[in-house]
Write a protein that binds this ligand. Structure first.
Ligand code: ADE
Length: 354
C-alpha cells in the first residue's frame, strides 16, 4: 500500500499513501526545495512560539516514551506546515506518511493508510479541511482510541468489528481552519497558527538558503529579497533561485540589490512583493467595483480564477499589509492599495457586486 517517495534522512523514512500522485503535491514537495528546508527544530528560523511549543512537547513525549498528541497547523500556504511535519517525524525518530484531504475519496483509502502505520509513525494530512465527511468520521475513533470500526453487512445483519491501530501521531495542515468541523478540531491536542515571517527572519532564511545553494549574496540584496517575499519562506526560496539564475548569467556571480530588482522585474514581482495576480485582484476591486465592497465570488468571476485560490493564496497577504479589508458586505481596497497602484482613491458604500 505504501510506496517510498524519499528516504532522505536515515532516521526518517518518508512514505506517501498510494492515493497521492505527484501531481497533487504542492510545488515545494520537489526534492530540490525539500533540500532547502530545515530538518531539525534547531535549524528552524522564525515562528519562535510554535517551535518552543514543539520542542517541549517532543522532549516530554520522548521522555515518557509515548507518541506526541495530534497536532493541527493552520496558516497560509508556504509558511512551514509541511516542513514542521517533516521535522516532527525526524525529531521523534519516526516514519512520516503523507497524504492530503482531496486525495482521499473513499473510506478504504484512509483505512489502508491507518492500518499500515507503525507505533509512533507520523501521518501528515495536508489540506485536512478538504477531507470528505465520511472519511473524517473514520478518523474520530482512530485519533481518540487508536481504533477503526468496520461495519459488515447491512440492515438487521449489520455487525461492527473494532480493529486496533498502532499509536500514531496525526499532523493536520489547513489554510482554512473555519472549514474544519468542531469534532475534528477538538481531537487535536495541539493547535497552532503560523503567521507571516518578519523581514528579519526572512533575511536569515534567504542567507541560509544562499549558503546551501552556494551563491554569494550581500546584506542589502537579502533585505530587498525579503521585502519582496510576501512574508513567506517558500516564495523567498523560489525567488532566490530566479535571482541566482539572473546573477549567474547577467552579473558577476554575487547577488546585489540591483540584480534582485532587475531579476524580479522579469518575474513581475514589485517592490512590495505583489505579483500580477495580486495586482489584478486589487485592480478588479478598484476599477470594476469602484473600490468595493464586493463579494469574493464576483471578483473570482471577473478574474476567471478559483475562489479558493483567491481566498487561500492571494488575500491573506493583502489583508496582512492592509491593502484589502473584509467587511460584512465584501472586500474593499484601501487607500494604501490605490496609491500603490497609482489610482486616485475612490471610496464608496455600495453593496457587493455593484
Ligand atoms: N527554509 C524554509 N523555511 C525555513 C525556516 N523557517 N527556517 C530555515 N530555513 C527555511
Amino acid at each position: 500500500m505504501k510506496e517510498h517517495t524519499s528516504a532522505k534522512h536515515p532516521s526518517t523514512e518518508i512514505t506517501t499513501g498510494s492515493m497521492v500522485s505527484k501531481e497533487t503535491l504542492p510545488i515545494d514537495e520537489t526534492p530540490e526545495i525539500l533540500s532547502l528546508r530545515p530538518c531539525l527544530l534547531s535549524e528552524y528560523i522564525g515562528q519562535s512560539a510554535v517551535v518552543e511549543t514543539l520542542r517541549i512537547a517532543i522532549e516530554a513525549a520522548l521522555k515518557r516514551k509515548e507518541p506526541l498528541d495530534h497536532i493541527l497547523f493552520h496558516g497560509p500556504p508556504g509558511l512551514g506546515k509541511t516542513t514542521l511535519a517533516h521535522i516532527i517525524a525526524r525529531e521523534m525518530g519516526a516514519n512520516l506518511n503523507t497524504t492530503s484531504g482531496p486525495a482521499m475519496d473513499k473510506g478504504g483509502d484512509l483505512l489502508g493508510l491507518l492500518t499500515h502505520l507503525e507505533e509512533g509513525d507520523v501521518l501528515f494530512v495536508d489540506e485536512i479541511h478538504r477531507l470528505p465527511k465520511v472519511i473524517e468520521e473514520f478518523l474520530y475513533p482512530a485519533m481518540e482510541d487508536f481504533a477503526v470500526d468496520f461495519v459488515f453487512d447491512k440492515g438487521v445483519h449489520a455487525r461492527s468489528h473494532r480493529y486496533r491501530l498502532k499509536r500514531f501521531v496525526l499532523v493536520g495542515a489547513t489554510t482554512r481552519v473555519g472549514l474544519l468541523s468542531s469534532p475534528l478540531r477538538d481531537r487535536f491536542g495541539l493547535f497552532r497558527t503560523l503567521d507571516f515571517y518578519s523581514l528579519e527572519d526572512l533575511g536569515l532564511i534567504i542567507k541560509r538558503s544562499a549558503l546551501l545553494l552556494d551563491i554569494a549574496i550581500d546584506e542589502e540584496a537579502s533585505d530587498e529579497l525579503a521585502r519582496r517575499s510576501r512574508g513567506t519562506p517558500r516564495i523567498a526560496n523560489r525567488l532566490l533561485k530566479r535571482v541566482r539564475d539572473f546573477t549567474q548569467v547577467r552579473s558577476d556571480g554575487k547577488i546585489r540589490k540591483q540584480t534582485v530588482i532587475e531579476a524580479l522585474r522579469l518575474e513581475g514581482v514589485d517592490e512590495k512583493g505583489l505579483t500580477n495576480l495580486d495586482r489584478s485582484f486589487l485592480q478588479t476591486i478598484m476599477e470594476f467595483y469602484s473600490g468595493g465592497p464586493v463579494g469574493i465570488e464576483a471578483i473570482a468571476a471577473t478574474l476567471q480564477e478559483e475562489t479558493d485560490t483567491l481566498v487561500d493564496v492571494v488575500e491573506p497577504y493583502l489583508l496582512k499589509i492592509g491593502f484589502v479589508t473584509r467587511t460584512s458586505q465584501g472586500r474593499k481596497a484601501s487607500e494604501k492599495a490605490f496609491s500603490h497602484l497609482g489610482f486616485p482613491y475612490r471610496h464608496t458604500h455600495k453593496g457587493p457586486g455593484n
